[in-house]
Design a protein around this ligand. Structure first.
Ligand code: AMP
Length: 462
């Protein structure tokens, strides 16, 4: 199947060719003809499947006819986070470069005045987070009665973030006759109820089971002590010893821990940035950009902040904490091993995490190999550097704020100085510059690239 058989316009086909895509992904192949036929679509697909282009490309084709009116957007896309909203806008900029469309973002952290000015000019595509969108409609600056097409993206994440009541309100503000495209990775009951209420005879398209992990990702569990500083020590050792670590996302369950871990890594000389919900928009975007460009090889993130981000070519994912929801594990490790590349996902498991780990293994139907090699580190790491303890207790006194401004340059390898380094080389082991080996997606996971010591005492789970 080629893109030219899907019914897309010549302009859009040219943009796709310019992007270098030769074949539609399964979700694109299945969804695009229905979108162009003006059907409602229920898409069950994870990020990484090409689902953004599955709605952006046909929308661009449909939008070639018609014009926007002041304060009345023609199409509306709802995203759970600002980063995802910005990412969708990038897709419109990329594929819609040949069209004169007005695409506006309504997200928190940007002034209302600026956003209002855009709405007055008339908007073809409005990409918004639910809260900010409702703020604008309540102020009277935005009318949703001209919306011809509504996209609800990452619906299960909207549910996790408590946005479903907002989504229901928004669905009632747009015309009953609009076309709706609804994307979710999983189908909990609450999401099913929303689709039954707001979609009209939808065409269901589903690609790959939501709870499957890619065979290109080598997974490993590393047992650690229960204390956070013990985990940090284990993490540092893992990062230093990984042979093919090019860049990594390190997930924590709580925003507070993202900030603590980020600060600790920087103190120990690693080139790291952080991403969590308490950071302002500019800092979040700057951090993400530094990570994307490879200026900072480590990104410490919370689930909400990192959900769905399109960061190509991540070699490693570390779960500093095991996620409480097994679905989040699948999403997290889906950040690596994309598009047939090799990836590694290592989870640090303290005794209290065993229950969450068991839930993950049940959901994915896989036993994850484990290493207990770090028992010694856990004992030794009881003696944490005192400065780290001090800075933690200092932070404990006030509301903690994330890094002031992500620096443009990574720091040098000396730990604990806290000063900016004169060099631009990230303070990571030399192995970090080496790209992961390519492997066919169908090949079984190969552990040979993991440090040998990690694999020695593997206990098979019953
Ligand atoms: P998404 O699932 O929308 O987050 O997309 C995941 C990645 O796949 C993005 O980096 C897209 O640029 C890329 N992508 C989208 N469509 C295609 C395609 N047809 N062929 C190759 N890559 C694609």
């Amino acid at each position: 199947m080629s893109f030219s058989n899907l019914g897309l316009s010549d302009k859009v086909l040219a943009a796709v060719a310019a992007a270098g895509y030769t074949q539609p992904t399964p979700i694109q192949e299945q969804a695009i003809p229905h979108v162009l036929a003006r059907r409602d679509v229920l898409g069950i697909a994870q990020t990484g499947t090409g689902k953004t282009a599955a709605f952006v490309l046909p929308m661009l084709t449909l939008l070639e006819k018609g014009r926007a009116r002041a304060r009345m957007p023609r199409t509306l896309i709802l995203e759970p986070t600002r980063e995802l909203a910005a990412q969708v806008k990038e897709n419109f900029d990329k594929y819609g470069a040949g069209q004169k469309l007005n695409v506006a973002l309504l997200i928190g952290g940007v002034s209302f005045g600026e956003q209002d000015a855009k709405l007055i000019r008339g908007v073809d595509v409005l990409i918004a987070t639910p809260g900010r969108l409702l703020d604008h409609t309540e102020r009277g600056g935005l009318l949703l009665t001209g919306v011809e097409l509504l996209v609800i993206d990452e619906a299960d994440r909207m549910l996790d973030m408590g946005f479903i009541p907002d989504i229901e309100r928004i669905c009632k503000l747009v015309p009953f006759t609009r076309q709706t495209l609804f994307f979710t990775a999983t189908m909990p009951n609450e999401i099913r109820r929303v689709t039954e209420t707001f979609l009209h005879n939808p065409q269901k398209v589903e690609v790959s089971r939501p709870a499957t992990t890619a065979s290109t990702v080598t997974q490993l569990v590393v047992g650690t002590g229960r204390e956070a500083h013990q985990k940090r020590e284990v993490l540092r050792q893992l990062i230093r010893s990984a042979q093919d670590l090019k860049n990594a996302i390190i997930f924590c369950n709580r925003k507070r821990d993202v900030a603590i871990l980020h600060k600790s890594l920087v103190k120990h000389g690693f080139g790291a940035v952080a991403l969590h919900g308490d950071m302002d928009q500019t800092a979040r975007m700057a951090a993400l950009e530094q990570f994307r460009k490879g200026e900072m090889p480590l990104l410490v993130a919370s689930d909400v902040a990192a959900r769905g981000l399109d960061i190509p070519d991540v070699s490693h994912v570390f779960n500093f904490d095991v996620p409480h929801h097994p679905d989040d594990y699948v999403h997290r490790i889906g950040r690596t091993g994309r598009a047939g590349r090799l990836g590694t996902a290592i989870s640090l498991v303290a005794p209290a995490d065993e229950k969450s780990l068991a839930a993950i293994e049940k959901l994915t139907g896989q036993d994850i190999p484990r290493s207990t090699e770090f028992a010694k580190v856990n004992d030794d790491a009881a003696h944490e550097p005192s400065e780290e303890r001090q800075s933690r207790s200092r932070r404990g006194r006030g509301r903690q704020h994330q890094q002031d401004k992500p620096s443009a340059k990574p720091r040098n390898g000396t730990s604990g100085s806290g000063k900016r380094a004169p060099t631009s080389a990230p303070a990571l082991p030399p192995s970090i510059g080496r790209p992961p080996v390519q492997r066919e997606p169908s090949e079984p996971a190969d552990h040979s690239h993991l440090p040998a010591f990690l694999l020695r005492p593997i206990r098979a789970r019953a």
